[in-house]
Design a protein around this ligand. Structure first.
Ligand SMILES: [Zn+2]
Length: 393
């Protein structure tokens, strides 16, 4: 048994407790959360830390299988060029040390206080690491295809899905993005997801040209897709933003994580939040800056704050897989309070992944993991640039 205290315990679902104490069993399960009313009495068995304690972080968007692409793709070139580069690396198959890179990033994520990850996979490259990791992984087996053979494409993804599930790993089959999935393929994903009541995820409005494509078939994304051999001759633009155009192609009641939302407008988010019963909005600000040099309109999301989650995306478009570094960017570019931001980093992601019985807040009976954040700015009650995270439990 351990008794751990710090200047503040951020329980997330309750108050922040000044000089609070968390009591845990040997398996990291919380036995008791004690409010000392700010007055901590000396105790020989108490571990006291300078800083704040938070639950473990939840990363709701990663592609760990792209770990070897760190520093390989130039920054600021926009999403269409980024997609080109990813295809180049995939086709040339030049990744030789990817197993090691995946293994390393898995350890670094854990050291960065991350306890659960929703990870996009196009291959089985991450299976071994996920099997033995102390991080909980939910794998989104991601499907894309615009040609007229949706059954064949879907069936091959189902094989990938089975590989994960057969290793007792949690997984689902998800569409890549509005522009890369045919309506026939969307139908197959819809049926399967509804039957399995699975968690869904889709890249959403990551570039301005995604909306342009759906509005009137213009923009650099159209050019890139045609260059990659996608036949758009029969493509009819829907005349609305991409999100509105594909809403009805996704099941209404499943948990669904919309990722990036860099070019989402208020009306897009409001409309989808009303239509989908369990929509979540995953922000990956460092990746957005890397690829598009643009942040989402963070003010939009205040109204939907209980449904916002955070992701790191992959090392193809980020220099580190750290939820706390993502929090710092948002904190520096908005007036969102630390306690609100911490919900985005913990309990909201846990709910999106249906893990909130175990993760996401410091509460009796949960095993959320405990992070110590040092060099916290106590004067303004927010993260400082030099704030660091250390895993306690
Ligand atoms: Zn992604």
């Amino acid at each position: 048994m351990r008794r751990i205290a710090a200047n503040y315990i951020f329980t997330v679902e309750g108050a922040a407790l000044k000089n609070g104490i968390v009591e845990l069993d040997d398996n990291g399960k919380i036995l008791k959360v004690e409010d000392t009313n700010g007055k901590l009495k000396e105790s020989s068995k108490l571990e006291f830390y300078n800083g704040i304690i938070t639950p473990g972080f939840i990363n709701t968007h990663c592609h760990i299988e792209l770990s070897e692409l760190k520093d390989k793709i130039p920054q600021g070139k926009g999403l269409p060029e980024f997609i080109n580069k990813i295809f180049e690396y995939r086709n040339e198959n030049t990744l030789e040390n990817n197993d090691k890179a995946i293994d390393l990033q898995n350890s670094l994520m854990r050291n960065a206080g991350i306890v659960a990850v929703a990870d996009i996979s196009n291959t089985n490259a991450s299976i071994n690491v996920k099997r033995s990791s102390s991080i909980y992984y939910h794998t989104f087996c991601e499907v894309a295809g615009t040609k007229s053979n949706p059954d064949k494409i879907f069936n091959s993804l189902q094989e990938l899905f089975n590989e994960f599930v057969n290793q007792d790993l949690s997984a689902s089959i998800v569409p890549h993005a509005p522009y890369s999935v045919s309506s026939g393929l969307f139908n197959r994903i819809y049926e399967f997801a509804e039957k399995e009541n699975s968690i869904l995820s889709i890249h959403n409005q990551e570039t301005e040209s995604e909306n342009q494509m759906f509005l009137n078939k213009t923009g650099t994304l159209v050019d890139t897709l045609e260059d990659l051999g996608v036949d758009l001759s029969n493509y009819k633009p829907a005349g609305s933003n991409s999100l509105e155009s594909i809403t009805k192609l996704l099941p209404r009641n499943n948990n669904i994580i919309f990722v990036h939302n860099t070019y989402s407008e208020y009306e897009d988010v409001r409309m989808a939040s009303e239509y989908f019963k369990n929509s979540y909005w995953c922000l990956c600000p460092l990746s957005n800056l890397y690829i598009e040099n643009k942040l989402p309109d963070l003010n939009i999301f205040k109204e939907f704050s209980n449904k916002v989650t955070l992701g790191t995306d992959s090392l193809a478009s980020n220099t580190t897989l750290s939820i706390m570094e993502e929090m710092k960017v948002i904190s520096n570019n908005s007036d969102i309070s630390f306690s609100e931001l911490l919900k985005w980093a913990t309990i909201n992601g846990a709910k999106a992944l249906k893990l909130d019985n175990k993760f996401g807040s410091i509460k009796e009976g949960k095993t959320p993991g405990l992070n110590l954040v040092t060099d916290f700015d106590f004067e303004n009650m927010c993260l400082a640039e030099k704030s660091k995270v250390k895993v306690l439990v």
